[in-house]
Design a protein. Sequence first.
Length: 204
Amino acid sequence: MSEEEAKEMLKSYLQFTKDDIDKLEKFKNNLLEYNARYNLISKSTENFIWSRHILDSAQLIKYINFNNTISLADFGSGAGFPGIVLAIFNKNSKFHVKLFEKSSVKRKFLSLVKKNLEINLDIDENLYDKEILADIVVCRAFKKLDKIIRISRETIKKPHKIIILKGKNAQEEINNVSLDKNYSYKLENSITDIDSKIIIINAK
């Protein structure tokens, strides 16, 4: 998929505004500049940022109601996918986005993007030793499914939804996890890769 095709899908299919696209362009430029010095994303994907990273992240908006007064946590945000993309799309001041990233280099980059793009979000390094007040958890290239579920169970004490971007082994990962009666899931097809899936888990 070309850059223009990805941008068209963002606008026509996912309803990103022109201002959103402009911010995503600045985000991409910041990422390329930073990636020349630090390994935030694979060099082999630099020419496909719009489809491989931005659009892939953006498709999650189909499963999130941004009109609600809720909190979203991005576990292992890395270079800002999907958290930064979702925060750019969000127009509701009562919808709270928080990025969790343990790498100080990546947190510095996320802070730079937040400042440069004037986006409303928070950044935290600590994921494990305190309660997280999140209604929705999103993950992309973070950890195996069983570890994501364990972390969310231990840190989030209320019902929540987990939305995970996964590759072709998504069903196999689910089959290898013992989900108790408090969990239900469904699989959705990715719009960027015919073999990839989106796992949506409801944790009661």
